[in-house]
Design a protein around this ligand. Structure first.
Ligand SMILES: C[S@@+](CC[C@H](N)C(=O)[O-])C[C@H]1O[C@@H](n2cnc3c(N)ncnc32)[C@H](O)[C@@H]1O
Length: 191
């Protein structure tokens, strides 16, 4: 397993640098239409990199970060409420959030179906889901996926079309942006 508990300083120091500009831009575009003071949940938030990007786009958002590793969460920005927890059992009431963000984290979730059911539960009707991950059918994505499996991680990587179909089955309307070995999914929960 990857020792995230002890890697907070690494993600805090370098994690933001390896995020492509496209993720920040698309995230801003995705967050712009949300209501004033919208509530946003970053799942598998780690050190809160997506929360940082989100608050750089809009300073009125209410940000929550959830992750099983306290050693990651302690680096989250001050304006973020942090919660210990897993995607498969989110410690929030139903219909609490306007948007859920997942950056480079979904492939670490052990049970994707359960995690998506939880995400659907905590999202409001019409809520937004933003996912950034790696395409295992590409050379680099495949290498990352193999490396994570070797390290004992769940390695739940999906080709974009497969993730689109899984999300549609969970009641989302989905749009996918693939660029090289990376992709962004923006989805909205059908009302
Ligand atoms: C590669 S880090 C990404 C962190 C952050 N989203 C980022 O963009 O830097 C993956 C994160 O997923 C978390 N994680 C692992 N299993 C999880 C689960 N079942 N539910 C939620 N988060 C999980 C880890 O603790 C870690 O912080």
């Amino acid at each position: 397993m990857i020792p995230f508990e002890r890697l907070g300083w690494v993600f805090h120091s370098f994690g933001g640098m390896i995020y492509p500009a496209r993720v920040k831009e698309t995230l801003c575009q995705t967050l712009q239409p949300l209501a004033p003071d919208a509530r946003i949940l970053d799942v598998g938030a780690g050190t809160g990199i997506l929360c940082r990007f989100a608050s750089a786009c809009r300073d009125d958002l209410q940000l929550d970060a959830v992750d099983p590793a306290a050693g990651m969460l302690k680096y989250c920005p001050k304006q973020t409420a942090t919660h210990l927890g897993r995607a498969e059992a989110l410690p929030f009431e139903s219909a609490a959030f306007d948007a859920v963000l997942i950056g480079e984290a979904m492939h670490h979730f052990k049970d994707i179906d359960l995690a998506l059911r939880e995400i659907r539960r905590v999202l409001k009707d019409g809520g937004t889901l933003f996912i950034y991950d790696f395409d295992p059918s590409t050379w680099m994505g495949g290498l990352i996926a193999k490396g994570e499996k070797l390290l004992g991680e769940p390695g739940n990587f999906f080709v974009p079309e497969r993730l689109q179909s899984i999300l549609e089955d969970h009641g989302f309307d989905v749009s996918v942006d693939v660029f090289g070995f990376r992709y962004i999914v923006t989805a909205s929960l059908r009302k």
